[in-house]
Ligand binder design. Structure first.
Ligand SMILES: [Mn+2]
Length: 328
């Protein structure tokens, strides 16, 4: 039997007879949403009743467009909270990650592609270091010879495209295989519409601030966006700064509820984004993630202590961590 046949079977065994809630990470992105959407359909084929929930907000218009165009049924967890006896599957992230709100119900399963950081013991785990979490679900369909409906194929295809930054980030052979299969089924008109609506007019304010405020030390580009913006936008600005030829490490942060929200990108082998973010924010916040991309926060209490001059201590912390990691 193929790996994904066994995996799907053992997931079904765990869930059988329970009401299931599929929880994405907070402020879900296309990968989290597509994974939940496709998994719900798949479980339905095995007579398991599941629904998809998230916490936070769906803050990007292109992600809202994806939900509308593909008729994806996902709701705020608060609108109908799970019951304590419900079984929860966390997708595209793990319980006790800072971007997973603890909702009622028992977390029994996790399907994720991020570095494994939780010590929580799930009854079922499918963790694979693919470029997109969606690719794991595609394997379930393919290895079990299950047809993929067009809406679901389109969501999964878009998820892989976005999460791998158009096949430029952490792509594996499985992502490419999945993409090839999905491309033959997906609604390519919807794909085009999603792809051509990724930038919003209000996003330009953040890009404008980035262009104005960028400071480059060595190969590190620092940007402070002096207002609150959605996580996805901070990430897009970080990608944008990394695309500068002189920048190999992008550190972008925006004001958030009296503290700061970080998005970090690295193309340096010896300076993983997750590691430097964790080191730099230790004691004043929290952070972590992949070698190429990471996120983090500074708590409001620290931002208060530092008063107006917040940029200098932030840069110092990252430079100190950088010097420890970077050889030569
Ligand atoms: Mn993902």
């Amino acid at each position: 039997m193929k790996e994904s046949q066994l995996k799907l079977q053992s997931l079904i065994d765990v869930l059988k007879g329970h009401d299931v809630v599929i929880q994405t990470h907070n402020y879900p992105d296309p990968d989290a949403i597509a994974t939940a959407f496709a998994l719900r359909y798949l479980l339905g084929l095995y007579n398991i009743n599941a629904r998809c929930v998230y916490c936070g907000k769906i803050d990007k218009l292109s992600t809202q467009l994806m939900i509308r165009e593909l008729h994806i049924d996902i709701a705020l967890a608060d609108t109908r909270p799970p019951r304590d006896e419900d079984y929860i599957i966390t997708v595209d992230g793990q319980r006790s990650n800072s971007n997973f709100t603890d909702i009622p119900g028992e977390e029994v399963a996790c399907i994720d592609h991020h570095p494994w950081t939780t010590s929580y013991e799930y009854k079922f785990v499918d963790h694979r270091a693919y470029g997109a979490c969606a690719t794991i679900i595609v394997d379930y369909f393919l290895d079990n010879d299950i047809d993929i409906p067009a809406d679901i194929a389109t969501a999964l295809l878009y998820a892989i495209k976005v999460d791998t930054n158009n096949f430029c980030r952490r792509v594996t052979e499985e992502d490419i295989k999945a993409f090839a299969k999905l491309n033959a089924i997906a609604d390519l008109k919807v794909m085009t519409r999603l792809g051509s609506n990724e930038l919003e007019l209000t996003d330009l304010r953040a890009y404008g601030a980035a262009i104005q405020n960028i400071v480059v030390y060595d190969v590190i580009g620092f940007v402070h966006i002096p207002f609150d913006c959605p996580d996805g936008l901070v990430a897009m600005v970080s990608d944008f700064i990394l695309s500068l030829d002189s920048v190999e490490l992008a550190i972008v942060y925006a004001d958030r509820d009296g503290g700061f929200k970080f998005s970090v990108r690295s193309e340096m082998d010896d300076v993983p984004a997750g590691t430097i973010t964790k080191m730099a924010l230790e004691g004043i916040g929290d952070g972590g993630g992949h070698a190429e991309m990471a996120g983090g926060v500074i708590y409001p209490s620290f931002a208060h202590e530092s008063g107006h001059n917040i940029d200098a201590p932030i840069r110092d912390r990252f430079m100190t961590a950088y010097k420890k990691l970077h050889k030569s």
